[in-house]
Design a protein around this ligand. Structure first.
Ligand code: PLP
Length: 402
């Protein structure tokens, strides 16, 4: 017997388990539609050229060193990231009512935000959409929240948002409940509220005094347009609602393993700003002390230099338009094959993911017979598709569904 005897085996994390099975699969035509990372038309990861360029500049700069960053990270990064989210002419920034702190990518941002909301503001109930990114629940529970609740989001029949269901669930939520919202490119459904729908959501949140937590993991990556993808967050800011938004630079900068994130706080009053920052400093100090430099330095350099910024915006257009092309390509092929069912949702959905509507049995069939890997829920990563495998995947879908 050791002290570790009796530890129970935790459940596998589906997306990573599938990734491993995929890598170990020797089949020639295997297709990976699981993990949420961008791939080129050649099926390869893409280091954005502007990122490579800045890395070389940084490597050649003898003034760079490896000293600790401050607990809340690089100011130059947080300021640039906050302005990217709220807009360069944001009134809340001009009024000094917004600030950002660096975090360990989007997940770390959510974890620190959860702990702040729970320990400092004493909120204990959070709501996440059904379905949602599967990590929201774990992060908020580990962050101290006692009550995990769900709100309606997806309508299986129409393959779109069930807005009435969502609004009803929000109306039933207790005051101060934290409502996790995906600011754009909802994961996994790829379905976002329209501007009119966002207005209705904001109305209920304001009326019922709920606390919105935006998770912004795909700004610019979704539509190719930074402003469009920040519509919801900016609407809430404009309406004078207080909120927190987490930001991830994993997808839009292709900096997955560098853990570059930011947490934006929007307050009504500047009075509590110093106090809030002091509490955040203690939370971070007791969790990981201070964040890493490399990725944040890259993002700050790009966002603050007009030429590099333009270059990067070109990259996000490249990525988002390739994804849109794959949507069109898959949709077109399924129609041509006469695959049973409606497929409009494939081209209407936005972002990296598509909720195909395939059921678990079909998903299993595709893996066993075609070596095509996707989540049990039928979610696929569009980036796994390319000109060389579109026909193969469309045919496999067709044969499976028929
Ligand atoms: N939130 C959503 C909705 C996501 O899809 C992801 C990544 O898949 C994240 C947050 C956080 O990712 P990361 O911690 O890599 O920034």
């Amino acid at each position: 017997n050791t002290r570790f005897t009796g530890i129970k085996l935790g459940p596998p994390i589906e997306v990573f388990a599938l990734q491993k099975t995929f890598v170990d699969d020797p089949h020639d035509n295997k297709v990976n539609l699981t993990i949420g990372a961008y791939r080129t038309n050649e099926g390869k990861p893409w280091v954005l050229p502007v990122v490579r360029k800045v890395e070389k500049l940084l490597a050649a700069d003898d003034l760079q060193n490896h000293e600790y960053l401050p607990v809340l990270g690089l100011d130059a990064f947080s300021e640039a990231a906050t302005s990217m989210l709220l807009g360069p002419n944001s009134p809340v920034i001009a009024q000094g009512r917004a600030f950002g702190i660096q975090s360990l990518s989007g997940t770390g941002a959510l974890r620190v935000a959860a702990e702040f909301l729970n320990r400092i503001l004493h909120y204990d109930t959070f709501y996440y959409s059904i379905p949602s990114w599967e990590n929201h629940r774990l992060v908020f529970t580990n962050g101290g929240f006692k009550q995990a609740r769900e709100y309606t989001y997806w309508d299986e029949k129409t393959r779109s948002i069930n807005l009435e269901g969502m609004l009803n669930d929000l109306r039933d939520a207790p005051e101060n409940a934290v409502i996790i919202l995906h600011s754009c490119a909802h994961n996994p459904t790829g379905c976002d509220p329209t501007p009119e729908q966002w207005t209705k959501i904001a109305d209920v949140i304001q009326e019922k005094r709920l606390f919105p937590l935006f998770d912004s993991a795909y700004q610019g990556f979704a539509s190719g347009d930074l402003d469009k993808d920040a519509y919801a967050v900016r609407l809430f800011a404009e309406r004078g609602i207080e909120f927190i938004s987490t930001q991830s630079f994993a997808k839009n900068f292709g900096l997955y393993n560098e853990r570059v994130g930011n947490i934006v706080f929007v307050l009504t009053d500047t009075k509590e700003l110093v106090e809030a920052k002091s509490q955040l400093t203690l939370i971070v100090r007791g969790m990981y002390s201070n964040p890493p430099n490399h990725g944040a330095r890259i993002v700050a350099t790009v966002l603050r230099n007009p030429e590099l910024f333009e270059e990067w915006k070109d990259h996000i257009r490249t990525m988002s338009s390739r994804i849109k092309q794959m949507r069109v390509g898959l949709h077109h092929r399924l129609l041509k094959l006469g695959t049973p069912g409606t497929w409009e949702h494939i081209i209407q959905q936005i972002g990296m993911f598509s909720y195909t509507g395939l059921n678990e049995k079909q998903v299993q069939h595709l893996r066993d017979n075609y070596h095509i890997y996707m989540l049990r829920s039928g979610r696929i990563n569009m980036c796994g598709l390319n000109e060389s495998n579109l026909d193969y995947v469309a045919n496999a879908f067709n044969e499976t569904i028929k």
